[in-house]
Ligand binder design. Structure first.
Ligand code: BG6
Length: 516
């Protein structure tokens, strides 16, 4: 969200230095920021973790991750050596206050050396069970001054109550403007582009309401299973892992009112208004609004894959949902009675995220039935990943002597339009933390409001455990009930545009059909 600012000198402390997040996301993102000239002239990265590791050993470990995952491929030796010369490893026990006192001395010595009070960023790349210890330690070490910022990863709590407790705990030590609750979807270019698309154009806003929009679908599908994260995921499930954060944030960007400016609190105020206007789901009606599923064995890209209950570190009779679909309404002037459907799941046929906005029918049909054989309502698709772009379907006249309407697509592809490779979400978000811009981060009230939305569903699902799990085959679009959820209003889930385009470019150009 920044506009060309370069951060002040910064010390970046990663708690959980040896973990997957540091290896796969944080350090590659910092390295790319370095290459693009966004890191401050003076910076230091301290990895705090268990065990004994030399600085050289730690750097070599990080380089392996970077070479594997960075959007730029393998690191160039010289650039990497330059970047990595400012990375060091600190072996420490997170539960001991001494750790933080020692850290405070180290940070202050660096500040003295630089002759400036640097920004101090504490990134908690840790399981939730360790977060409390670190907050306590940072307070004891006096590491919560004006220059300090703390970044907290999801899951942000496990339910409304624990999220509130975590907010209280953070609030005792830091001011809200020092706290960055990260949701990496908000850093994705295509997700940020929703703001640009809606509020940078005069064209769409007048039709962006119940008068013209019929319904909205948000799909965030993954073809992977739980991989090596069974231990975490089995306690979380799709509702907590994806809907409470990523999908509800996309939903807010689609539904929010126009912010007066890009000021962080202004944008977040508008988003939290949406969450608060969601029609509460009554306990006895949860089944009309939410569907859960769990994958069994199946096939993904021609390979046989195991069912969820056979994944490592998952309970044998697990009742955790790996698929969730929701039907929500927003009680306000703009959206009254417009259904919003969202679905997410593991082991679905492909990794695809997109928002599909279907417009209402024309108020009066001018054309005779023979002209309308291929007619479809207008639809706008915001493709988030892997395809990045925006597509608009409208009617045109099929060439020929007769009047026949045929749907066509107007298409904007990032890859064709811009000649830069978009930054990874973490690059954008880490830079924002360094600059102190919290627009793309969850504020305390947002996180709690999102938990409030899903709490009745969590409670209902907890109260009556499913007896039919696994209820969808890996490689399919989730359980039958997901279809029933949307069919009760007379709709179908849309087959993601990306898949249609992959299967058949011609189909992509002329039509976007509901899934059969
Ligand atoms: C994470 C979830 O927040 O997002 C994962 O914990 C999920 O379960 C991931 O796989 C998806 O992110 P992306 O950017 O790959 O769509």
């Amino acid at each position: 969200m920044k506009s060309g600012l370069r951060p002040d000198p910064t010390i970046f402390v990663i708690f959980g230095a040896g973990g997957d997040l540091a290896w796969r996301k944080l350090v590659p993102a910092l390295y790319n920021l370095f290459l693009d000239g966004w890191l401050p002239a003076k910076y230091q990265i301290l990895g705090v973790g268990h065990g004994d590791m030399s600085d050289a050993g730690y750097r070599a470990h990080l380089k392996k991750g970077l070479d594997k995952v960075s959007r730029r491929g393998k690191a160039q030796k010289e650039a990497w050596n330059d970047f990595a010369s400012r990375i060091s490893f600190v072996s420490a026990e997170l539960g001991e206050i001494k750790t933080y006192k020692d850290l405070a001395k180290k940070l202050s010595a660096l500040g003295n050396e630089w002759d400036i009070l640097p920004n101090q960023i504490f990134y908690l790349a840790l399981p939730p069970s360790l977060v409390g210890d670190v907050i306590k330690g940072l307070a004891a070490g006096g590491l919560n001054g004006d220059r300090c910022r703390i970044v907290v990863e999801k899951p942000f709590g496990n339910d409304l109550e624990s999220a509130r407790a975590l907010n209280r705990r953070l609030g005792e030590v830091f001011n809200e403007n020092q706290i960055f609750r990260i949701d990496h979807y908000l850093g994705k270019e295509t997700v940020q582009n929703i703001l640009a698309f809606r509020f940078g154009n005069a064209l769409f806003e007048p039709v962006w309401n119940r008068r013209y929009i019929d319904h909205v679908q948000i799909t965030v599908a993954e073809d992977v299973g739980v991989e090596h994260r069974g231990h975490y995921y089995d306690k979380a499930g799709a509702l907590r892992d994806m809907i409470q954060n990523h999908l509800l944030q996309i939903f807010c960007l689609i539904a929010m009112e126009a912010p007066v400016s890009l000021n962080d609190n202004e944008v977040r105020n508008k988003k939290v208004d949406v969450l608060r206007a969601i029609r509460p789901i009554l306990p006895e009606r949860v089944h009309e609004h939410a569907v859960s599923g769990q994958y069994g064995t199946g096939w993904i890209e021609g390979k046989h894959v195991k069912g969820y209950r056979s994944e490592p570190r998952v309970a044998k009779g697990s009742a955790t949902e790996t698929f969730a679909a929701l039907r929500l309404f927003i009680d306000n002037w703009r959206w009254q009675d417009v259904p919003f459907y969202m679905r997410t799941g593991k082991r679905l046929p492909a990794k695809i995220s997109e928002v599909s906005i279907q417009f209402r029918n024309v108020p009066h049909q001018t054309f005779p039935p023979a002209a309308l054989r291929d007619w479809h309502p207008n639809r706008l698709i915001i493709a988030i990943q892997p395809e990045e772009g925006i597509f608009l379907r409208f009617q045109s006249k099929y060439p020929g002597p007769a009047m026949r309407l045929s749907p066509v697509m107007m298409q904007f592809y990032y890859r064709e339009t811009f000649d830069v490779s978009p930054p990874d979400a973490y690059e954008t978000l880490l830079l924002d933390v360094m600059i102190g811009d919290a627009t793309l981060f969850m504020r305390a009230d947002q996180a709690e409001a999102a938990w409030s939305v899903i709490t009745p569903i969590l409670d209902a699902w907890n109260a009556s455990k499913p007896t039919d799990f696994p209820n969808y085959q890996a490689g399919t679009w989730g359980p039958e009930e997901a279809q029933t959820l949307i069919a009760q209003d007379g709709y179908n889930w849309m087959s993601p545009t990306y898949l249609q385009c992959q299967d058949d470019t011609a189909t992509c150009k002329v039509s976007m059909e509901p899934m059969s």
